[in-house]
Design a binder for this molecule. Structure first.
Ligand code: FAD
Length: 502
């Protein structure tokens, strides 16, 4: 039987024009072109959350998918390259470790490189695990360049408002219509319960077939009108406040983000071409907003360029991110704090899923269930990875860290930690975002030491093991030696004149 093709979702209405709104608009407009009428409503008076500057590598692919030229994008968003995150004071006060993009050493099909490294440690090869990771060593040296065959894995540190503006230009050129105004009411269809239209100030009414809620923490459509519900994860991830501020650069930008733990949360530093992004994340049970602001202001470098941006949030996620004819994308769908820079990535995943599952007529309940399941699973997996940073700590120096040490783990994470502790193994399930290298670096960085390793590692003769380890280290060191300083490379790549470069 021929498939029945009912009407296209001709009118897609995106409520909200932050990073989520414009990432959605740009992808839909580019992919669907003339078969859908895409409208985005945003309110300059309300503004955006104004943070979200550190990203992870899949954004490189997202931009390529949309046909965005990298140098154009980096110029427009004042972006720098990012090779990972430097975690400071997480395991103990004064400790440091690096979570890099890419891999470490060379895996065997039967066992990850950590098994060979662990065996090496027992045989007198005492070099740090870090010595085998190109991205990590390049970051430490403050160097970067693109390498043939995408041999260096990277993401960007960018100005999110400039990214939204860049995507807006693209989306509008591809036919998306922007409507300025405040949404004052969400009108439901009395029979179906679906959203029928959005009412804007000035008594304007915007009808649609499919609505995308990108209204940020307000979640005006998905929660305000449809009451889709929210799973509160603050018992796992207790931080609930942040203060962000921008500063002038005081040195050339480094190719990594810093996450510096303090006694009731942590602080970020994100170097862009034209300025730095700084912020503090805190748990209001142990630190109030004034103390957080004071801590931030007393520790940042460089002249402040903005007023402090004070933000409150509840970590968690919606099980029903697509409900009826409304899909929540961005902060309206959930938020797990920015520790591993995963929010923009979740926007990207949701947008690509929506494009793949776009209904021809009324949304299929199976599509909706599939979308919700995939999106929620992504979030649970990321949640587990974030909890690891708080829970696996030796810090006991403040009530906050003692609280974190007592967090009851989800079974999924407890299993992962114990498996690694006993065997050195990590398994990646259902295309989960963080791969083996990420788990190994963070678990070891937080002080979880495997008690054994795969027997295949001991099969190597001592000369073979010595050769393997030294050649891997030398290869990393040689490659890093040949890389240019990151700041100079960015300036050259973006065509910035030397005297303008940071
Ligand atoms: P918003 O930026 O809040 O946009 C909401 C939009 O809805 C705005 O355009 C607003 O005007 C509009 N709107 C709301 N109400 C109405 C109304 N009534 N009428 C009309 N329009 C309306 N993510 C990362 O990936 N990396 C990071 O490093 C990172 N750091 C973060 C740090 C903090 C402290 C926080 C809180 C978040 C961070 N994030 C980070 C998350 C990231 O900021 C967001 O995922 C991203 O900015 C998307 O936000 P949004 O578009 O969903 O919401």
């Amino acid at each position: 039987m021929a498939p029945s093709q009912t009407a296209q979702p001709r009118r897609i209405v995106i409520a909200g024009g932050g990073t989520a709104g414009w990432m959605t608009a740009a992808a839909l407009a580019r992919t669907l072109g003339s078969v859908a009428q895409i409208t985005l409503i945003e309110s300059d008076a309300i503004g955006t959350v104004g943070v979200g500057e550190s990203t992870i590598p899949p954004l490189v692919a997202y931009n390529r998918l949309l046909g965005i030229g990298e140098a154009d994008f980096m110029r427009a968003t004042q972006a720098t390259f990012k090779l990972g995150i430097m975690f400071e004071n997480w395991k103990t006060l004064g400790s440091k470790y690096f979570h890099s993009f890419g891999g470490t050493g060379k895996d065997h099909w039967s066992a990850g490189f950590q098994h060979f490294w662990l065996h090496g440690q027992t045989q007198g090869h005492t070099q740090s695990y870090d010595e085998y990771c190109l991205e990590l060593k390049a970051a430490e040296a403050g160097k970067f360049a693109h390498l043939p065959d995408d041999r260096i894995n990277y993401a960007y540190q960018l100005d999110s408002s400039l990214y939204a503006a860049f995507l807006r230009r693209m989306a509008e050129a591809d036919g998306c219509t922007r409507s300025e105004g405040r949404i004052t009411n969400v009108e439901l269809n009395g029979e179906t319960g679906d959203i029928a239209a959005l009412m804007l100030d000035g008594n304007r009414r915007v009808e649609g077939d499919l609505f995308v809620d990108c209204t940020g923490f307000r979640a005006l459509l998905i929660e305000g009108a449809l009451h889709a519900g929210y799973d509160d994860w603050s018992h796992y991830l207790p931080c609930d406040g942040a203060v962000a501020i921008q500063t002038a650069n005081v040195r050339a930008p480094v190719p990594y983000t810093r996450a510096i733990a303090h006694d009731a949360g942590w602080q970020w530093r994100i170097p862009l071409q034209h300025r730095g992004g700084n912020g503090i994340v805190y748990c209001s049970r142990y630190m109030d907003q004034n103390a957080a602001l004071e801590r931030l202001l007393s520790t940042i470098e460089g002249q402040t360029l903005t007023e402090p941006n004070l933000i409150r949030f509840t970590t968690g996620a919606r099980r029903r991110q697509w409900h009826r004819n409304c899909v929540a994308i961005g902060l309206s769908s959930g938020f797990m704090e920015p520790l591993e820079s995963t929010s923009i990535h979740l926007i990207q995943r949701a947008v690509l899923r929506l494009v793949r599952m776009l209904p021809a007529g009324r949304p299929s309940l199976r599509d909706i269930a599939e979308f919700n399941d995939q999106q929620f699973t992504d979030m649970e997996q990321i949640r587990d990875f974030l909890i690891l940073h708080y829970k696996a700590t030796e810090r006991q120096d403040s009530p906050f860290w003692r609280h974190c040490a007592a967090i009851e783990l989800p079974d999924t994470l407890a299993h992962k930690i114990e498996l690694f502790r006993e065997t050195g193994r990590v398994f990646r399930r259902n295309e989960e975002l963080f791969a083996e290298n990420s788990w190994v670096q963070v678990m070891m960085g937080q002080g979880i030491a495997p008690q054994s390793y795969h027997p295949v590692a001991a099969k190597l003769k001592s000369e073979e093991l010595a050769y393997l380890l030294s050649s891997l280290r030398e290869n990393v060191a040689r490659t890093v030696d040949g890389l240019p300083p990151h700041g100079a490379y960015v300036a050259h790549y973006c065509g910035v004149k030397a005297d303008q470069a940071a």
